[in-house]
Design a protein around this ligand. Structure first.
Ligand code: CP
Length: 289
């Protein structure tokens, strides 16, 4: 099986993955993936996703191969499909793939190896959504009725697209906010300042300059003042509210520098939980083979 979009999974399957990740965090061990090989194929830059998939595979007893796009036969014109087919042919058991094209996995239908999507363009980021859900479940115990606002470059964000859909399916009340240039058609769009006091989760996003260039015309200071989590906005949050961000963070833009590690911030907890969420994903696809 593949995990390329959470929308392919039922709510029950998503809840099972969240609970499995929490079980791994609490010490669950599996020993039957020893010797399996997971290839990490990052055709687009990554720090968190790449190295936490690598850590997750190692924790399950797998070996990993880490592909370097800039030093590969891609530079000689080899296609995405042929590159992935190579890793299948040399004996890998699963592929973790990030690529800049939306739905790149549609080109890989001829492969006979599980694919874990580590991010496709502005489309999907299932492992990020899963680690976000793990972080929320740990904090609140359940999802139903929680209020979430996703703030920033929603239109070009695969994190926003994955989360908006899955959070709604899990019963959360999901809002988006930020510059109108980055508003996603059909999404519930609000003024950040109108809702901040009621939110359980504030999820901040980086402006995805690499996908569109800077079209907003805002200076960093302007953006921070109008749409960022300033200290003033932080002080309006409910006592129980948490702040999330998929990272990398632009300190002083979408969030004030001093708030990145504040009491309500779960940004580094998200990164920690990413290892367990990815263990659950790798375990699920290898277990299905
Ligand atoms: N959150 C996230 O996907 O980070 P990386 O781009 O560093 O993997």
């Amino acid at each position: 099986m593949n995990i390329v979009k959470l929308s392919d999974l039922s709510v029950a399957e998503i809840n099972e993955l969240v609970d499995e990740a929490i079980a791994f965090k609490n010490g669950k061990k599996v020993d039957y993936h020893l010797g399996k090989v997971v290839a990490n194929l990052f055709f687009e830059p990554s720090t968190r996703t790449h190295y936490s998939f690598d850590m997750a595979a190692g924790n399950l007893g797998c070996r990993t191969q880490n592909f370097e796009a800039s030093n590969s036969s891609l530079t000689k014109g080899e296609t995405l499909y042929d590159t992935c087919k190579l890793f299948e042919s040399i004996g890998c058991d699963a592929l973790v793939i990030r690529h800049k094209e939306d739905d790149y996995f549609e080109q890989l239908k001829g492969l006979n190896i599980p694919i874990l999507n580590a991010g496709d363009g502005k489309g999907n980021h299932p492992s990020q959504s899963l680690l976000d859900l793990v972080t929320i479940k740990e904090e609140f115990g359940s999802f139903d009725g929680l209020k979430v606002v996703i703030v920033g470059d929603v239109k070009y964000s695969r994190v926003a697209h994955s989360n908006y859909d899955v959070m709604k399916r899990l019963g959360m009340e999901v809002y988006t906010s930020g510059p109108v240039e980055y508003k996603e058609e059909g999404y519930n769009f609000v003024d950040f300042d109108d809702v901040i006091e009621d939110m359980d989760v504030v999820m901040l996003l980086r402006v995805q300059h690499e996908r569109h260039g800077d079209t907003s015309g805002f200076s960093k200071e302007d953006y921070h003042k109008k749409y960022g989590l300033t200290l003033e906005r932080y002080n309006k949050l409910k006592d129980s509210a948490i702040i999330m961000h998929p990272a990398p963070v632009n300190r002083g833009v979408e969030i004030a520098d001093e708030l990145v590690e504040s009491d309500k911030s779960r940004i580094f907890t998200q990164m920690h939980n990413g290892v367990f969420a990815r263990m659950a994903m790798i375990h699920k696809v290898l277990d299905n083979e």
